[in-house]
Design a binder for this molecule. Structure first.
Ligand code: ADP
Ligand code: ASP
Ligand code: MG
Length: 815
């Protein structure tokens, strides 16, 4: 004997019922078979809905009832040959008349009891089983319809009835012993000894299957559903889940207990007791092997089998000195909860015995609070206990696996991966059997936490970076192109998925949790993007709450910097070429760095100095390895260097400035480069990274621009004024050249002093041979006392800057 249970989606339509017919036929060809079916998908919810509406005196229930009728009648029409339809239609209509009468009663009385609710809910399975039985007969199967209410005997805990196994098993065996036919029955429903209809809890058809299988000592219970088996996590919430080949009963039980809906938790017990293997199979893909649940767990290469979650959890805490050393507190607490039939999902108790916290279903919270308050009324009055605390909007997550107890550091890995991504854990419990570790988080963090943990345990070889890019001008646009070109490479060579989940320019913003298709980013942003606002961008980024999120700021804006702190607080890393934050007030720079460290996020700004050159990284490597910086001497403006290199005999200075702007080497306003401000900011940042507590005013800067140029009120005006000084600049240039020297704009940090200024250097100076827009940085340190450590190369341009930003992004993946 084999028992096959088909879930709601497996019988949701005529087409699916035909598929079920094929599967059952194949099974029947091999021996005895019993079939248990759920209600057609969505019907149980609709039945609850109609009963609620009716009991509220809302006559729109009739509309929903019509929809229920229509769905079943349409299925019959599409499923059965015309000559078989009349009888089945009549059966369904009669059944629906019965339902209508009950609803009419609820409507008139304006009330509903758990008992009548169960009665209404029973109609879904009663109708689906009747239809499919008739269909089986038309395809040559010797089907016989059984009514769950005659076989499954329960108590009168309506909505979640407890099965009387002795009586139930007796009835099932007797019923099946009388026939060799293919028995078909609706799951989920039972009856009390007084023939009152009961239900076994939502998802309870699995349980019916298991009860039948156990009573008949079946050789297998197959649960046919809409996924390929039990997966490492809920595929609706987590991407790239994997099907588990084999699980132990305990593992399946724990995963389902903590929310893996694919199996109703109580259904494990009956088959476990009889050691009957259970298989989860996909009706939509019967060829897939499915998941076998049996006594043994098999190694799947990970210390855990899976992770599951429940999103409707409340925590109730009982605190107070009155609990210390007094025995029986916990017992009284649990008795109080049990008296209200409240299911406790998780328990934690501080070792000081000063507090007990339990997680329960959110819908039970109010009832639980009342029960606890009445149990402990004296203690609360005398202040031996503090008022009962209820926290709502929580989720419980659990990792499950028998192999966990043989593997060290599972919880270390679990909580460090959550911590790195800014997920706050409210409560933790580890079963002493070490088959699971469960923890409570805010609802808002649940999906993110699932993905983080899933990635940490199953995809440790594949990581995802979720990138939110503000600013898609020259540098941002180049970055997107570079990422597009390297996406495949990172995925295949490093199992790293670069996902651009948000982009924005000053006008529009666009988000896609699955990653924007990079070749189309411009079109998508222009055509689909919504109006950009920084608050809106940040709000969406926070709401998406994705793990490994990075905010990439490719603007030069002060406003975007306002987003940094809160983002870091939320565990979102920042990568930016924008110098505003690091060269602004020292206090802000310091606070951002500290926040990043505290929240496990990264704040990387390599491209603030020397574009893509590893200047800050080198400086950090030196100081972190214990070296001491004695002096930094550097050409830090690719733009100025370009100006001095390209300004030659016969070429006017103003035309070179224009060229630098057109090539994107200079700031939009070239004066920011020429007045030394940009260089001052960079040397300031380097000094801060070297440990100095300096402000912008501490940099002594030399400005070689004539006053009239500085005073120009716009960029355009500046370019009309500048040519007046071409002769002035030409004279300086030719004098320097005649003496065999060159002009350089050099920044220095030494003995706590910061300065920038023009320097005339001869051929023996390292600054002499710095071509084009190159930068050169000399680090004089205790270890590099005699000759400095030198970093040299292109220090401006969209390609190298974007590459530097890209490198920072990749560094985050490598931490
Ligand atoms: P049925 O109607 O067949 O009983 P259910 O909806 O009750 O189906 O259960 C199947 C669903 O369970 C899947 O569609 C899937 O979305 C969900 N699910 C949640 N967690 C898991 C998991 N770990 N593995 C597989 N499916 C899961
Ligand atoms: N139809 C019931 C429900 O939706 C039972 C089941 O499908 O297992 O909960
Ligand atoms: Mg189910």
């Amino acid at each position: 004997m084999k028992v096959l249970k088909f879930g709601g989606t497996s019988v949701k339509s005529a087409e699916m019922m035909k598929q079920v017919g094929e599967i059952v036929k194949n099974a029947r060809a091999e021996g005895q078979v019993a079939v248990v079916v759920s209600a057609m998908s969505g019907i149980t919810d609709q039945l609850i809905n109609v009963s609620t509406l009716a009991s509220q005196g809302n006559d729109t229930y009739q509309q929903t009832l019509k929809e229920i009728e229509k769905k079943h009648l349409q299925c019959i029409q599409e499923l059965l040959p015309p000559q078989h339809q009349t009888r089945t239609v009549a059966t369904i209509k009669m059944t629906l008349n019965e339902l209508e009468d009950v609803l009419q009663g609820l409507f008139l009385l304006k009330e509903i009891s758990p008992k009548s609710r169960d009665f209404v809910m029973s109609f879904g399975e009663r109708m689906s089983s009747a239809i499919i039985t008739e269909y089986f007969k038309t395809i040559g199967l010797d089907a016989l319809l059984a009514d769950g209410r005659e076989l499954i005997v329960t108590d009168d805990n309506f909505g979640n009835a407890v099965v009387d196994f002795e009586e139930t098993d007796k009835r099932i065996r007797k019923y099946f012993s009388r026939t060799d036919k293919l028995i078909v029955m609706g799951g989920f429903i039972g009856a009390t000894v007084n023939n009152e209809t009961t239900t076994l809890g939502r998802g309870g058809s699995d349980y019916t299957g298991s009860i039948i299988a156990a009573a008949l000592q079946a050789k297998m219970l197959e649960i046919w559903t809409d996924v390929d088996g039990m997966m490492t996590a809920d595929p609706r919430k987590v991407r790239r889940t994997m099907v588990l080949k084999q699980l132990s009963y305990i593992e399946a039980l724990e995963l389902s207990h903590f929310g893996a809906k694919v199996l109703y938790p109580p259904s494990v017990q009956p088959v476990l007791a009889k050691n009957i293997p259970l298989k989860i199979k996909n009706t939509f893909n019967p060829a897939a092997e499915g998941t076998l649940v049996a006594r043994e767990s098999v190694d799947n290469g990970s210390p855990i089998k899976g992770i599951s979650s429940i999103d409707t959890v409340a925590l109730i805490s009982l605190n107070g000195s009155g609990m210390v050393g007094v025995s029986g507190f916990a017992k009284r607490l649990f008795s109080a909860l049990a008296s209200g039939r409240i299911n406790v999902i998780l328990i934690t108790q501080a070792s000081s015995e000063h507090s007990i916290t339990v997680a329960i279903n959110a819908s039970d919270a109010a009832k639980a609070k009342t029960l606890i308050e009445s149990e402990f009324v004296q203690e609360l009055k005398s202040n031996a206990l503090e008022p009962v605390v209820v926290e709502q909007d929580l989720s419980i997550l659990a990792i499950v696996g028998e192999n966990m107890r043989n593997t060290p550091n599972v919880s270390g890995k679990l909580f460090s991966s959550l911590g790195r991504n800014g997920v706050n854990v409210r409560a933790i419990a580890q079963g002493s059997s070490e088959n699971n570790i469960s923890f409570v988080t805010q609802n808002a963090d649940s999906r993110k936490a699932l993905n983080i943990v899933h990635e940490a345990f199953f995809l440790s070889d594949t990581r995802v970076l979720n990138i939110f890019l503000v600013g898609v001008g020259t540098v941002g646009g180049t970055l997107l192109r570079q990422m597009r070109e390297q996406q495949e490479y990172f995925l295949h060579e490093y199992n790293l998925e670069l996902r651009v989940t948000g982009v924005a320019n000053s006008r529009k913003m666009w988000f896609d949790e699955n990653g924007i298709h990079l070749p189309d980013w411009k079109n998508v942003l222009d055509n689909n993007g919504e109006a950009m606002s920084l608050g809106g961008f940040a709000g969406k980024m926070h709401e998406m709450n994705l793990r490994n999120s990075i905010l990439v700021d490719c603007t030069a804006s002060e406003d975007v910097v306002d987003l940094y702190e809160e983002s870091l607080q939320r565990g979102i890393s920042i990568v930016t070429p924008n110098k505003v934050a690091c060269s602004g007030r020292y206090e802000l720079y310091k606070r951002l760095k500290q926040t990043a460290t505290q929240r496990g996020a990264k704040f990387l700004f390599e491209t603030n100095v020397g574009a893509g050159l590893p200047v800050i990284k080198t400086l950090n490597d030196l100081t972190q390895s214990g070296d001491k910086i004695l002096k930094i001497e550097a050409i830090l403006s690719g733009t100025l260097n370009f100006l001095f290199n390209e300004h030659k005999a016969g070429v006017s200075f103003s035309s070179v400035v224009k060229q630098a702007k057109d090539l994107g080497y200079s700031e939009p306003d070239p004066r920011i480069d020429m007045n030394g401000l940009d260089v001052a900011r960079k040397i300031l940042i380097l000094s801060r990274e070297a440990g100095a507590k300096k402000e912008a005013k501490d940099v002594v800067s030399e400005n070689f621009l004539p006053e009239e140029c500085q005073k120009a009120t716009s960029i355009e005006e500046f370019f009309t004024v500048l040519p007046k000084y071409d002769d002035h600049f030409e004279k300086i240039r030719s004098d320097v050249e005649k003496a065999g020297n060159r002009q350089r704009y050099v920044a220095v940090y030494e003995n706590g002093n910061l300065s920038t200024g023009l320097r005339v250097v001869g051929p023996d100076s390292p600054f002499y041979q710095v071509e084009g827009n190159d930068n050169l940085v000399l680090f004089w340190t205790e270890r590099y006392r005699v000759r400095p450590l030198i970093v040299k190369g292109a220090g401006a341009g969209a390609e190298v800057t974007a590459a530097g930003i890209f490198a920072d992004i990749i560094r985050i993946a490598n931490f």
